[in-house]
Structures are given as C-alpha cells and as structure tokens.
Design a protein. Structure first.
Ligand code: KIV
Length: 277
C-alpha cells in the first residue's frame, strides 16, 4: 500500500511508529521500499555521503532533482520526501514555491523538506497553498552549520528549548505535514511530539518521537568520516563491501574469475572459420 500524508497521520494517531531512511539512488530505494520502510528521505546529506563534501551547503537543485527522480523510479510504496537545498527557499517565497515545484515535477517527490522555523513559515504556507506537502526540520539544521559553529545538540537551555517549541507550533500552524527533529534532547522532543498533531520524526532526538530517520550509509556502517552519537549500525555493510572488493581483486589476479559459468561459448566450427588464415 502506498504511504501518504494521510496514512502517516493515521500512524501517529495509532501510535504506530513511522520508519524513514535516506536513499539517493534507484537500487537502494528499491531495497528500502521492498523492506517496507514507510518513507524515504532524499536528503541533502547526499552532499556528504554521496558526493564527499564536508557539509550540505554546496548541494544544488540539479543534484536533488537527479537523485530524487532515481529514488522515485525505485520506490513504489514509500512516501518520498526530498530536501530543498541551501538557498533554494531562504531567498524568497517565490523561490521557495518555484523550486518546490521543480522537485515535485522533475524529482517526482511526494513532499519537500526545508530547514528552519519561524523564518520559513511564509515559505511553508505558500508551498502548501500550491498543493505541495511540506516536511519541516528543526533543532540541528545542517544548512546552518556555519551559524551554529558546528554540528551540535540544540535546545539544551531554557531559551533555546522554548524557541524550538514555539517553532514547532508555528510550522504546524503554517501547514507542515510532518517535522524532523534533529539532535534535540529526548524529553524536549517527546514534549513537542505530544504538543503537535502532525508526526515528528527524530534523529538524535530519543525514543519519544512518532518515527525515526537515519542516513542509510550511517546505519550500514558505510560512511566513516563522521559518526554521531545517535547512529546505530544495523549491519556492517561497509566492511562486507571491502571484503568483497578484496576477494574480487584476488580472483581477477589469480585468474579464478571469470569461471566457465560466467563466460559465453561459441562453437568450434565457427571459431575454426573465423581464425582460418
Ligand atoms: O539530509 C538529511 O539526510 C537529513 C536527515 C539527517 C534528517 O536531513
């Protein structure tokens, strides 16, 4: 069954946790979809885990559309959320609606995600009015890494915690259908989850959210440049890949690969004809 804004809202009401993983390509999206994950995030984290940048700032609209369309071809049932890259919505309401439209039309997403609270409420309202579902993102918002001075937990003091609560209420009021809470204390995220009628998806926000998201390379131990405290390895796929690559090297060098079963045959008669001098 296709996951939609309505089914995700039902899951919140029924206390049925929502699963979300990132994906950036057709084959991974297909595997995630077949595993029954509710929603796929085509995150701008692709800048780091797919393209090797040190943050998400350099990711472009073309990057997001290219990867979103690939994911959409692979996922049948997962609800696809695609990130709006840095400076595609902060500049104006017009830019926000225009770029959200491109992500839907060309990237075939089911919703767009943007970072920020009160400052982006006019953008959220306008995008929703254009019939495009919006997922908000509060707490540690990686596009603001330079303003934050690094990837740090947010909302730990009274003022900061109150601000996140206020922003969460504001984005719901503006029409967001879901919100990602990143790197906020568990009790604060649980409180916000109870205050909102839309689902909250946590990453480094504890167990009280309506759902969880992880970057797939993090949960499969495929990305080692940075390992945040909230990451759990659900498989040692990075190591398994390395071993497979090493086995391939040994077999190619020793001549055991390709074996006869991996090769194509031709009749001796034809070979005799073509090699006749
Ligand atoms: O870009 C991304 O993958 C994200 C998640 C970390 C929530 O925004």
């Amino acid at each position: 069954m296709k996951n939609t804004v309505t089914t995700l809202l039902e899951q919140k009401k029924n206390n049925d946790k929502i699963t979300m993983l990132t994906a950036y390509d057709y084959s991974t999206a297909k595997l995630i979809d077949e595993a029954g994950i509710n929603t796929i995030l085509v995150g701008d984290s692709l800048g780091m885990v797919m393209l090797g940048y040190e943050d998400t700032i350099s990711v472009t609209m073309e990057d997001m559309i290219h990867h979103s369309a690939a994911v959409a071809r692979g996922a049948k049932n997962a609800f696809i959320v695609t990130d709006m890259p840095f400076m595609s919505y902060q500049t104006s309401v017009y830019d926000a609606v225009f770029h959200a439209g491109r992500i839907m039309k060309e990237g075939r997403a089911n919703a767009v995600k943007l970072e920020g609270g009160l400052s982006v409420c006019p953008q959220i309202k306008a995008i929703v009015e254009a019939s495009i579902p919006v997922v908000a993102h509060l707490g540690l918002t990686p596009q603001s890494v330079n303003a934050f001075g690094g990837f740090k937990v947010q909302g730990k003091d009274t003022q900061a915690a109150k601000r996140i609560i206020e922003e969460a209420k504001a984005i719901e009021e503006a029409g967001a259908c879901m919100v990602v809470l990143e790197c906020v204390p568990e009790k604060l995220a649980t409180y916000i989850t109870k205050q909102l009628s839309i689902p909250t998806i946590g990453i480094g926000a504890g167990n009280g959210c309506d759902g969880q998201v992880l970057v797939y390379q993090d949960m499969l131990a495929m990305y080692s440049d940075m390992t945040p405290k909230f990451v759990k390895h659900f498989g040692e796929i990075g190591e398994a890949m390395k071993i497979a690559f090493q086995n391939y090297t040994s077999e190619v060098k020793s001549g055991t690969f390709p074996a006869p079963e991996h090769s194509f045959t031709i009749s001796d008669e034809v070979m005799a004809e073509v090699t006749k001098e």
